[in-house]
Design a binder for this molecule. Structure first.
Ligand SMILES: Cc1cc2nc3c(=O)[nH]c(=O)nc-3n(C[C@H](O)[C@H](O)[C@H](O)COP(=O)(O)OP(=O)(O)OC[C@H]3O[C@@H](n4cnc5c(N)ncnc54)[C@H](O)[C@@H]3O)c2cc1C
Length: 482
């Protein structure tokens, strides 16, 4: 019998798992994909929002404001890349200035630091912004995070502290039953079934479906897709802050932002879609993104574009986060659209408190004395001086074998993540953890080398290696005998 089953290993499920690992609890996370963070948590703008934008009084506002400093802290503990670059929202005409003044008011109501900037101040800070700009709102506490590393690290740390993770297990049914007045659940997956005292629903765009396995429908998820361009890292001073358009009724609007590796993101669009799993991109939508990005930067250098991608927001029918014990021992953490990443640590804390409050009525929770909030730092050869690298290579020659030329990643770094408690099983999983495939050639050089490393590490055939999702095999069969 588990104390708690968490459905979904995105940033929310993984953060909750890590928080619950502070206690002596038997916790299982069930994830339908073959890796953590393959939903919205791995396809977003990666902004640690400051909290000036959500409507005051909403859960989004509360969680974002509380979550901003907590996320920086978690990144420090877990050795996850995050940078406090600040964001600037730009207004190009009188109408947008009015919206900016409303945002300034919201910042005050939400208790978020801000500064209004005139044209001269804006050009001094960001010389490449649009010449049309009239005014800006700086949010100094905003930042950027490596979202892939974040989810992997949260779950790695949760596992190191005693949580179990089952990948490739989709929850297909949940039934509630009472034993000696104690509530418990049977959670049925595509592979097995488990008994648990609590269920926490962190299933992203499927959170309404999981809720309906136990409770009456009281919300639905309306999936809203956002599409992006990614530019290669060509100049790490091109844009220094995250630049936002003023928000519209479709959300925060298009941004141009550096990433933690000084790639640049341009996007996202915001369109409701039918298929919750559809992460396609469409030319017409991307043209619209380009049009809106022009209102931030006159000449986005699209010659450096290396890829496009999209992610799907889990917009709830009440347009706010849903974080509550909806029925006895069943906790919904649903409708976690943007700013869900920025709010993740506050949401996990809220869920921890709800869980502790509820559990204390049925049992005693002891602290896990062995809990360690830190994880072993990554090697990050890229950040080392030549002398430091040489010293490391002497100790481990595999760190001297570069397998990704664009991002300068070594075989030793891939082997390091393969030997952790939340290792990758796919080429995309390796890419998310140590970056081979993120550069200009998009895996053209490194993909076959990563494949060889995976093949050797797991003792499997190349035909069994997926690029990403189950079934996305790269090698179908042998064409020669040798
Ligand atoms: C385009 C876009 C831009 C965004 N930009 C930002 C931003 O800049 N800053 C910010 O703060 N937030 C941003 N967000 C929001 C943020 O990404 C999300 O709020 C956050 O990732 C939600 O995390 P999650 O864990 O709830 O969902 P997910 O990451 O989607 O995780 C849910 C998990 O549940 C699993 N699952 C679903 N059903 C089942 C089942 N039946 N059984 C087992 N597992 C299941 C899924 O496979 C998935 O892994 C953005 C989102 C999008 C889409």
């Amino acid at each position: 019998m588990f104390d708690c089953i968490i459905v979904g290993a995105g940033v929310i499920g993984s953060s909750i798992a890590r928080n619950l690992s502070k206690y002596k609890l038997n916790v299982l996370v069930l994830e339908k994909e073959n890796d953590v963070g393959d939903g919205a948590s791995g396809a977003n703008s990666a902004i640690i929002h400051s909290g000036y934008d959500p409507k005051p009084g909403t859960l989004k506002a509360k969680m974002n404001v509380l979550g901003n400093p907590l996320l920086y802290k978690a990144c420090e503990e877990l050795d996850v890349e995050a940078k406090n670059v600040g964001s600037i929202t730009l207004a190009n005409n009188e109408e947008e200035i009015e919206i900016l003044m409303d945002l300034a008011k919201r910042s005050e109501q939400n208790g978020v630091a801000y500064q209004l900037l005139n044209r001269d101040q804006l050009f001094e800070m960001e010389p490449n912004i649009t010449k049309q700009v009239k005014m800006g709102l700086l949010a100094p506490t905003a930042g950027i995070v490596n979202p892939f590393e974040l989810v992997v690290a949260l779950m790695e740390n949760a596992i190191d502290n005693g949580v179990q993770l089952h990948l490739n297990e989709e929850v297909i049914a949940i039934s509630r039953h009472e034993e000696d007045s104690n509530v418990c659940f049977t959670v049925q997956t595509n592979k097995d079934s488990y008994e648990t005292k609590y269920v926490i629903n962190a299933a992203g765009v499927y959170s309404d479906k999981i809720n309906e396995m136990v409770n009456d429908r009281f919300f639905t998820i309306n999936p809203r897709r956002g599409e992006y361009f990614v530019l290669d890292h060509f100049n790490n001073q091109y844009i220094k802050h995250t630049l936002f358009n003023v928000p519209t009724d479709k959300g925060k609007g298009v941004l141009v932002s550096p990433t933690t590796h000084y790639n640049y993101l341009v996007g996202p669009s915001s369109d409701f879609i039918e298929d919750r799993d559809s992460v396609a991109t469409e030319k017409e939508i991307l043209d619209e993104v380009k049009f809106n990005a022009k209102r931030l930067v006159d000449n986005v250098p699209y010659q450096y574009q290396i890829r496009c991608f999209s992610g799907v927001r889990a917009v709830s029918s009440n347009n706010d986060f849903i974080i509550e014990e909806t029925s006895k021992h069943f906790i919904n953490v649903a409708g976690i659209q943007s700013p869900g990443l920025a709010s993740s640590q506050a949401i996990a804390l809220e869920v921890e408190n709800i869980f502790l409050g509820s559990y204390s009525q049925v049992g005693v929770i002891e602290k896990n004395e062995n809990y360690n909030p830190r994880r072993r730092p990554l090697i990050r050869l890229n950040n080392k001086t030549l002398e430091e690298r040489q010293e490391l290579i002497k100790q481990n020659p595999k760190l001297g074998r570069i397998i990704c030329r664009c991002e300068q990643i070594s075989e030793g770094e891939v082997l390091d993540v393969l030997n952790r408690s939340n290792p990758p099983h796919t080429i995309k999983g390796v890419k998310k953890r140590v970056r081979p495939g993120f550069g200009k050639c998009q895996g053209g050089f490194c993909e076959s080398l990563v494949m060889q490393i995976l093949q050797k590490h797991y003792g499997i055939d190349k035909t069994e290696i997926n690029y990403g999702k189950e079934g996305s095999y790269i090698v179908k069969c042998k064409t020669k005998n040798n």
